[in-house]
Write a protein that binds this ligand. Sequence first.
Ligand SMILES: C[S@@+](CC[C@H](N)C(=O)[O-])C[C@H]1O[C@@H](n2cnc3c(N)ncnc32)[C@H](O)[C@@H]1O
Length: 323
Amino acid sequence: MPDCTACVRVAIRLKVNGLTHNPVLLTQTIETLSPRAGQTYVDCTAGLGGHAMAIAPKLGPQGLVILFDLDAKNLASAMANVRSIENAPRVEAIHASFAEVPHRLGAMKIQADLVLADLGFASNQVDDAERGLSFMRDGPLDMRLNPAARLTASELVNTLTEAQLINAIRQFGEDRSAPRIARAIVAARRVAPIQRTSQLAEVIRQAVPRAPSDTIDPATRTFQALRIMVNDELGNLDALLDAVGDAARAAHANRPTWLARGARVALIAFHSLEDRPVKQAFQAMTSTGVATEVGEQPRTATPDEAYANPRSRSAKLRVVQIA
Ligand SMILES: C[S@@+](CC[C@H](N)C(=O)[O-])C[C@H]1O[C@@H](n2cnc3c(N)ncnc32)[C@H](O)[C@@H]1O
């Protein structure tokens, strides 16, 4: 068993705006990626740098950490956090989607030994009402992880046709009440544009009253659907998975590519729309012999972590090693 007391210490020590930051499935990620001195680690979703801070000491000063994030503020925090550790490796930060990882690494002539994508949003983003990600906080109906991007949730809600809204809420929210919600949105926006998170949440709650047996707020799935669309989350994930598959085949055939032979790639998904494509892509790679699974698939939170960090309850970690 690798020594993961260091991971726990990093999790406890990492304070952001005075709050403790708990990277999800941290121990399992370190165990399965198994970082070694001198390796190159690509963190596709730097966030606040929680995972990167725990992995960086194992790479040492000869190692390299490359951080990607759509959110420039998070990227800057992650970079400062990783650089603050003792004997830090070299750190590069790239403000771009992880869909660009192969192209950016290729341009830098760098091969990755370790890759992690911890999908979705970070706790500081959802806690910030101004980002408009939460139906529990009133704010502008925005949802962009990259505030420089063009499309906002408000634009979608106020311009999609009723049929498009039904499809979106069904496909990306997996919500059976999609037709009722879409109809209510279209009726509400005829009166006034829907521009606030609380406005949209109220329209949905009126359309789909919460049954006593419901464990989640009726707005949950529509908010997920809008966030996925605004940030093209599934498109970016598909692009990354395709690139990993292509690189695995290239590495297996001894052709130069952005993943080193023996590289490990870890994905943490939080719902079935993310986990399904990861599982399928990794199975396609292992069944053709260009990669092998690392450990039990998927790895999930221990009861202790699930208790301490509710977000970890739905997290699934899958890891492959390029053959
Ligand atoms: C779950 S958080 C990562 C937390 C991080 N592992 C930590 O321990 O601090 C996800 C981060 O990924 C970023 N993100 C989401 N989609 C992205 C994409 N396509 N490309 C780059 N970053 C993305 C978000 O802005 C957010 O900061």
